[in-house]
Design a protein around this ligand. Structure first.
Ligand SMILES: Cc1ncc(COP(=O)(O)O)c(C=O)c1O
Length: 430
């Protein structure tokens, strides 16, 4: 969109806003009118001007680390095209050289798994189509290191069940971190399974403190969870740092590397962690379709791991393989490079715009490799959050006590970011 057409669009939406505000606006207070008039004069966008993707008009939603550009159009197209076939269990049957098992059988190599393997550079063993009676824990080796699930959140839960619910154990996670495994593990105590969570503070520059995480391990440690890039700090560990850590940890400890946000790492040569999962029995890498691919409501994620980890996960998994339309959407999204590139660029533009604004405002922020960032707003963080909420700008506060002065802002489009910064600058004066 050219600057000229953006300007035109803004004028049109402002006129519409003015009209509805004043026509039905006998109820509008004097101060409300003054604020409106001020906004018109200054030319500032406000939330009313925003029609975001997948969200109610007039709301700027920067709270859930979603993709503000919307879903992959290629994914939408296949869903629209194939939705008429859902009266069949196996609509992949119509796919060239593809088939689909609705049973969640790990020996079944679906077209989605083949697409993922190609995308991830994972070499699969020659295809087998035999459908002998295979069950979880059987001796026939799964031909792929993948498990596809309804999002990566359920896989984190399954890993907690698989490794921490049998007589308890210890899980190590960073503080501040995503901590969904830790929360699940803690809940086991409520049903009489003693489970310990060891929270290891981040370094002074808000990164995982891998030496401290290693030092915190005891003979009871079952699992360590590393979210990379970390949520909420957005900090990124290098492949070499992770590799060194993996090599230093006993093989009896499961290392979960959650790469939900890995596509937003700006270094195009950044090496992702899947080779570590392929080379080490005790490493599992998780990915999601909820972020760069823009499909959180479709519920799709996957793990890459050894057969030993697959078997433990699948022992606890109900038949939870995602629906066929979801899998098809996933296949398309992975290869929709145009959408991925645009989504990445939107996030990087958001980051640069915010960094410049925060520097101008004299606020500390953490340079992020995720589609969100943390900014330090001070002790009245909650009041600022509320003030933004009142202006229909939704952000979030994550990271617990250690980040009590920080707000987490998820990426928006250029217009959403503009509104956020407008409202943020006045909200921080509360
Ligand atoms: C670090 C991290 N892991 C996993 C998830 C779960 O994502 P989903 O269950 O949508 O795949 C999220 C969601 O925000 C996340 O931030």
């Amino acid at each position: 969109m050219s600057p000229d057409s953006i300007w035109k669009e803004q004028q049109v939406s402002r006129r519409g806003f003015m009209k509805s505000a004043f026509v039905g606006g006998a109820a509008l207070s004097l101060s409300g009118r003054l604020a409106l008039a001020e906004q018109m004069v200054s030319g500032r966008l406000s939330a009313e001007d925003i029609h975001g993707a997948g969200v109610r008009p007039g709301v700027v939603r920067l709270s859930s680390n979603e993709n503000p550009m919307g879903p992959s159009p290629q994914a939408l197209r296949i869903v629209a095209d194939k939705m008429f076939d859902v009266n069949r269990y196996s609509i992949y049957t119509n796919y060239p050289d593809g088939y689909f098992s609705g049973l969640g059988d790990p020996d079944t190599r679906t077209p989605l798994v083949e697409t993922l393997a190609e995308h991830d550079g994972v070499e699969l063993s020659p295809k087998t189509r035999s459908s002998s009676s295979r069950s979880f824990g059987s001796s026939s080796p799964p031909p792929t290191p993948y498990i596809v699930s309804s999002g990566s959140g359920p896989l984190l839960y399954l890993l907690a069940l698989a490794y921490l619910s049998q007589g308890g154990g210890e899980v190590i996670e960073a503080d501040a971190g995503y901590n969904s495994v830790s929360r699940k593990a803690e809940s086991f105590n409520e049903v009489g399974i003693p489970t310990k969570v060891i929270s290891v503070p981040l370094t002074a520059d808000y990164r995982h403190d891998l030496p401290a995480m290693r030092a915190a391990m005891t003979p009871n440690t079952s699992m360590v969870v590393i979210t990379n890039p970390n949520n909420p700090t957005g900090t990124l560990l290098s492949y070499e740092e992770l590799e060194q850590f993996v090599n230093s940890v006993p093989k009896s400890v499961i290392i979960v590397i959650d790469e939900a946000y890995i596509h937003f790492a700006r270094d195009l040569n950044y090496k992702r962690a899947i080779p570590l999962a392929l080379a080490n029995e005790n490493v599992v890498v998780l990915r999601t379709f909820s972020k760069v691919y823009g499909l959180p409501a479709m519920r799709l994620g996957y793990s890459v791991s050894s057969k030993a980890i697959q078997q433990r996960i699948l022992f606890y998994a109900a038949d939870s393989i995602p629906g066929v339309l979801t899998q098809m959407a996933g296949m398309e999204a992975v290869t929709d490079y145009n959408h991925v590139r645009k989504s990445q660029q939107a996030v990087w533009d958001f980051q640069d715009t915010c960094y410049a604004a925060f520097e101008r405002m004299g606020l500390e922020y953490i340079p992020s490799s995720g589609n969100f960032l943390q900014v330090r707003v001070g002790k009245n963080r909650d009041a600022i959050d509320d003030a933004l909420d009142e202006r229909n700008v939704q952000v979030s506060s994550r990271g617990g006590d250690r980040m009590a002065e920080w707000l987490r802002i998820s990426a928006g489009t250029a217009r959403e970011t503009e509104v956020f910064l407008n409202e943020f600058e006045s909200a921080i004066k509360v």
